[in-house]
Design a binder for this molecule. Sequence first.
Ligand SMILES: [Zn+2]
Length: 146
Amino acid sequence: MISRIDITKLSLDRVKISAENCYPSEACGFLVGQLASPKVVEVIRVVEAKNILAAESNTQFEADPKTRIMLEKEIRGTPVKLVGHYHSHPDCAAIPSATDLKNCFEPELLWLIISVNRGKADTPCAYQIFSDQQNYRQIDINTVQV
Ligand SMILES: [Zn+2]
């Protein structure tokens, strides 16, 4: 079971910028990385995606599937893979919402959620959401200085 995410400050900053730029809509994107050990996921890249629900809702997200397809093609055959995704919670706490739990169809992917309060991004939180779509647990984020 994954207990920690290692991510560079640069990648975290990308998530923050994405979250602030999309405010008051939800930002979203993908996390690419690899297992650094059986319990640690190393995120090596953050890829922003268009939130295709942004025009109709500020409390929902769906990452543009075109971005994911392109990304999956690009990393096929390399040591890295899609390890998770991120999205923002405008003016709302960084914990999985009822909608998030309901929409968790890929429990193997980690969730990074970042709260944006009045346009200012907070520190993200990471979660594993279980396949029962009800329970989740928080995962430590270790910021790696590069
Ligand atoms: Zn959410």
